[in-house]
Design a binder for this molecule. Structure first.
Ligand SMILES: [Zn+2]
Length: 94
């Protein structure tokens, strides 16, 4: 492996951090999909009205305001599409 190529990097910080961010996104997506499936297995019905049709996994504390809670099982709630809409609108009103 030639040392010249290995050490030459015109943007020593930009390239690796960008790469790391892409990796994180992929990692989070894979983790999220697994967590979501797990949540739906634990709570296979809407936790608001009890239906088992058209289920979504809702973030109790919004992902945008609490990104650190996005992958916490305790911050998730199984909701049907209708109840999800109701919960989401009650969050935005706060
Ligand atoms: Zn519901």
């Amino acid at each position: 492996m030639p040392d010249k190529i290995k050490t030459f990097n015109p943007f020593p910080h930009a390239t690796p951090s960008h790469q790391r961010r892409e990796d994180m996104q992929w990692y989070h997506l894979a983790r999220w999909r697994r967590l979501r499936n797990w949540k739906l297995r634990l709570n296979p019905t809407c936790q608001r009205c009890g239906t088992h049709e058209d289920l979504h996994v809702h973030h109790i504390k919004p992902r945008k305001q609490f990104p650190e809670l996005a992958l916490q099982l305790e911050n998730l709630k199984t909701l049907c599409r209708k109840c999800h809409g109701i919960e989401e609108s009650s969050v935005t009103k706060l």
